[in-house]
Design a binder for this molecule. Sequence first.
Ligand code: 5GP
Length: 188
Amino acid sequence: MEILKRRILEDGACFEGGILKVDSFINHQMDPQLMKSIADEFVKRFSGIYINKIMTIEASGIAPAIMVGYQMQLPVVFAKKKEPKTMRHALTSIVHSFTKDRDYPVSISGEYLTPEDHVLCIDDFLANGNAALGMIDLINQAGATLAGMGFIIEKEFQNGGHILREKGIHVESLAIIKSLDNCQIAFK
Ligand code: 5GP
């Protein structure tokens, strides 16, 4: 997606350890016009597939997911990083955070993820795939069906994309980064 790649080159910053900072338009301050274009692209790429729910993990996946849900006119549910005491029929999985280097639980209520659901997962980044695998685990626990997974940015030099595609999952990434070596952003 050309406008996204251009924006990453203009406003993204590269950090040691293969981390791309996109705080000025995705992860901290957000650009709604760009998010709308991102959502339109996801809608196009997943057209013709039966989907009745959008899912993500808090916090950075929520903005693109809600835009996609709005465009597809579907409900959006997000896995929470803390299980609230009031959550009923909680399903839980453990995810290893790439950026924070620690494990954390993610929970979703079985009230909002059910065997009737055909789920499109949306997230900001695909790195090693741990967050994605956590979402897949929750979908499996709920007896729901995974329809596809969409990421704004995939870092191809990490293994997540390979793991998910090997499983036969329909993965769409709007900007695929081949390398961040020497803090240079190189797209596929
Ligand atoms: P994974 O679980 O695939 O290893 O990492 C995905 C999650 O880690 C994303 O939801 C995102 O929040 C965070 N993440 C991974 N790599 C990056 C990165 O380079 N930059 C930013 N800002 N977040 C990242």
